[in-house]
Design a protein around this ligand. Structure first.
Ligand code: GLU
Length: 470
């Protein structure tokens, strides 16, 4: 049997972090088994589905590198097929017409509530003679669900879960206006798309019972189910925006790398011993449903930052430069040219060592392309009167330097410190301030070599006096 999984988002909002994890698990499961990963956009809610949300979902999946097999299936376009299945069940006696009006059903529920009973359809048209059908009332089609026994699901994550059939009423399959219900559409689509494994959030666990009943009525094989616990905030409460309940594009914007995101999402609810850093290749090799935890995973920005820092340090410098260039261009208000992007790539190793995100790298790299016009308060302190006079003397020595290499610059600065009876920091810190505007930067000799002689001398001649906020 070929494993076929799917991701079936409703395009009523962006691809949020929980959805991205569901997509990743389905993708990994399919790739692990050499199977297929399909994408179905569940756009049947015409009021709430938007093209922007569809675009955001496709973009988010592409950004995460979760490629799907075959064409995207749009659920709404298959409504006629869904209706056809409902009508077939009707003709086989496995479903029936129900003519109860909305008012009548409301009354029924009110009576049930008053009697302290659970509200559910009471089967009033289940065995009634269709000849009794009222004139002019368009009926819905309901499933003739089993009333005795129980429906059992062997869930790959939750284990065996069961419900008494008496607790489930006869669900509507086709509405009076001929449109299929969500439950019908999902089952028909999963069947027609040959889905073998349904892996999704455990907020859908209760749907799985009804869906199982529907599969049986249709005479179709039920797929395996795996319901994954939802993601919670670091405090264990429902995930809030502040704690990470954001669209995938927000993570892209914040400067996380897709491979770090994949690693992080993988660890949200799945584990392999104590391994924290797990490459995608390794994840494909190891992924299984048995290791998905049963309790909610907790989202933790600090862990994500640490992982991202790791992947930044591993990443190719030219790639990171290409990733950061648009961000820097935007901040500068002009496009970096090719030679500047090449400079950025050369500077990348120094920049990425301490950074957690592309955003941070981009902010820290700006001084390479934009002469500082103000100093951070700490840099200003380092560039007090004494610091400035040290710089004036250093400027003269640097001017006379025959080669402008990292080593030559370092030797010159060290010599100057020694000759003036200063500690290295007393020269290097004001120098950092003069060249970068900040008290923090990559190694100052590397910065000197990368900026080049002309630029360094110029910045030393024109040290800003203004102080900016940090
Ligand atoms: N469309 C549903 C959702 O976005 C998922 C349905 C399913 O996975 O069966 O929550």
């Amino acid at each position: 049997m070929t494993v076929v999984t799917r991701f079936a988002p409703s395009p009523t909002g962006f691809l949020h972090i929980g959805g991205a994890r569901t997509a990743l698990f389905n993708w990994l499961y399919a790739r692990h088994h050499g199977g297929e990963f399909r994408l179905r956009i569940e756009d049947t809610d015409r009021q709430r589905s938007t093209p922007e949300a569809i675009e955001a979902i496709l973009h988010g999946l592409r950004w995460l590198g979760l490629d799907w097999d075959g064409e995207v299936v749009y659920q709404f376009s298959r409504a006629e097929r869904h209706a056809e299945v409902a009508r077939k069940l009707l003709s086989e006696g496995k479903a029936y017409h129900c003519y109860a009006t909305t008012a009548e059903l409301e009354q029924m529920r009110a009576d049930q509530r008053a009697a302290g009973l659970p509200t559910r359809y009471d089967g009033r048209w289940r065995d009634r003679d269709p000849a009794e059908a009222p004139e002019g009332v368009p009926p819905v089609i309901r499933l003739r669900a089993p009333q005795e026994g129980e429906t059992v699901i062997e869930d790959d994550v939750q284990g065996e879960v069961r419900v008494q059939n008496a607790q489930l009423d006869d669900m509507v399959l086709l509405r009076a206006d001929g449109t299929p219900t969500y439950m019908l559409s999902v089952v028909v689509d999963d069947h027609d798309m040959d889905i073998t494994h349904v892996i999704r959030g455990d907020d859908h666990l209760t749907n799985a019972f009804r869906q199982t009943q529907l599969y049986r009525a249709c005479g179709w094989e039920t797929p395996s189910f795996a319901h994954i616990p939802l993601i919670h905030g670091p405090d264990g409460a429902k995930l809030s925006k502040r704690h990470g309940a954001l669209g995938v594009e927000a993570y892209e914007e914040m400067g996380y790398l897709p491979e770090a995101m994949r690693n992080y999402l993988l660890r949200l609810g799945w584990g392999h011993g104590d391994d924290e850093i797990i490459s995608t290749e390794q994840a494909i090799e190891w992924f299984d449903l048995g290791a998905v935890g049963r309790s909610p995973a907790r989202f933790d920005f600090m862990k994500l930052d640490n992982l991202n820092g790791h992947y930044l340090r591993e990443a190719d410098d030219a790639r990171l430069a290409a990733d950061c260039a648009p961000r820097i261009s935007k901040a500068l208000g002009r496009d970096l040219d090719d030679s500047e992007i090449a400079l950025l790539a050369r500077a990348m190793d120094g920049l990425k060592q301490r950074a957690k995100t592309l955003k941070e790298i981009s902010e820290n790299a700006a001084f390479y392309f934009d002469r500082p016009s103000a100093l951070t308060p700490k840099a200003a302190k380092n560039l007090d009167e004494a610091g400035r006079s040290v710089m004036a003397e250093l400027l003269e020595k640097l001017r006379a330097l025959p080669d402008w290499t990292e080593e030559a610059c370092e030797a010159c600065v060290r010599e100057h410190a020694e000759a003036a009876g200063l500690k290295l920091g007393q020269v290097a810190q004001p120098l950092r301030g003069a060249l970068t505007g900040s008290h923090m930067s990559p190694g100052i000799f590397e910065v000197m070599a990368l900026l080049g002689r002309e630029e360094c001398l110029l910045r030393l001649r024109e040290i800003p006096t203004q102080v900016r906020e940090e």
